[in-house]
Ligand binder design. Structure first.
Ligand code: UD2
Length: 318
């Protein structure tokens, strides 16, 4: 198959990569998704140019023909949640580790040109220094972090031992349109968006002074495409962040200001496996991949709010 493949392509980030590929001229894109968290609606704008294979990455026989000969595979399929990996460690391991291994094996045997792997900033754990650079020793604090790190290790070992070109991108708290706010495992900003539009307080776990490098989804999708093209990077790991750092309290206040309301959050106990502070050093990604994020946090928040507002309007019409 000569078209790019996106695993998890019906997901929030995966579908952004699909749209970016099509915007850059791909005639067709293959999506592999088991629809555990992905949704067909995420692909509706590009449905005519997407071939969807509904399959689990653990089902080698199903996925191998779909990746064979692909110029590039973007591997975004995962069960992406720190708390879920603690309540459902077996499910998360199967998806994040076994699924990744199977995908790499199928890619290597199928002569795939390159695999771009969605790794996670959670691999760093709590570092003494900020921002976090790729040369720091990883210190995973949750099963999810360990699983994502294992995927990175496998990606570089497949490059080293089997000659499969791979690049791992450590995503830093990606947010934006289409992120599903409906689960307790949802990303915090999608939950914040839903709360602010419904004019009710969010629950913040801990004191809200933990900080994140929130990264707008289109910037991450653009970086994925750059990582597919860049020369001389096989086997390497790069930060995929925005470079900023905001506490949850700050972000909630920004949202309140944008919406012109004042709502006090409710505070709950800290969450197991939570990293305290997170911020990406972008030098390596900028130098080797040409990473150049375009969206400030505020711009990303405004765009995302507009999208959720439009969804609310659609739902209220139907
Ligand atoms: C981790 C990774 C991120 C990505 C993600 C996938 C870090 C620093 N980041 O995100 O890169 O791989 O996993 O899931 O490890 N929270 C609340 N209230 C809520 C929900 C969350 O206060 O209703 C808090 C939560 O305790 C945490 C912060 O918000 O301190 C962010 O949580 P998250 O689940 O959005 O993402 P996080 O940081 O676990």
């Amino acid at each position: 198959m000569s078209q790019p493949v996106v695993t998890g392509g019906a997901g929030f980030i995966g579908s952004a990569v699909v749209r970016a590929l099509i915007a850059e001229g791909a005639a067709r894109v293959t999506v592999i998704d088991n629809f555990a968290t992905g949704r067909r609606a995420n692909l509706k704008e590009v449905a005519g140019q997407v071939d969807v294979l509904e399959a689990d990455l653990c089902d080698y026989e199903s996925i191998a023909p779909a990746v064979e000969g692909a110029p590039v595979v973007f591997h975004l399929a995962a069960i992406p949640s720190v708390p879920r990996s603690i309540t459902e460690p077996v499910l998360a391991h199967r998806s994040n580790v076994d699924g990744t291994f199977n995908l790499l094996l199928a890619a290597q045997r199928g002569g795939v040109g390159r695999v771009v792997y969605a790794a996670s900033s959670s691999a760093y754990g709590d570092t003494e220094v900020l921002p976090k650079t790729e040369s720091m020793a990883p210190r995973p604090k949750s099963p999810y972090a360990a699983q994502k790190l294992m995927g990175e290790y496998y990606a570089s070992v497949f490059a080293e031992c089997f000659g499969l070109e791979t690049v791992s991108l450590r995503f830093f708290n990606v947010f934006g349109p289409r992120q599903d706010p409906s689960s307790p495992y949802s990303g915090v900003l999608s939950i914040f968006m839903k709360c602010i539009l419904e004019r009710r307080p969010p629950t913040i776990y801990g004191d809200g002074e933990q900080s994140r490098d929130f990264t707008y989804v289109e910037d991450v999708a653009a970086l994925c495409l750059k990582a597919a093209q860049a020369g001389d990077v096989s086997g390497q790991v790069f930060n995929a962040g925005n470079g900023g750092r905001f506490t949850l309290n700050q972000v909630w206040r920004m949202l309140c200001e944008i919406e012109g309301v004042s709502i006090e959050p409710v505070y709950g106990p800290p969450r197991a496996g939570d990293v305290r502070h997170s911020q990406a050093d972008l030098s390596a990604a900028a130098a080797c991949l040409g990473h150049a994020p375009r969206f400030s946090l505020e711009e990303g928040l405004r765009r995302t709010l507009d999208w959720y507002r439009a969804q609310q309007f659609e739902t209220s019409k139907s």
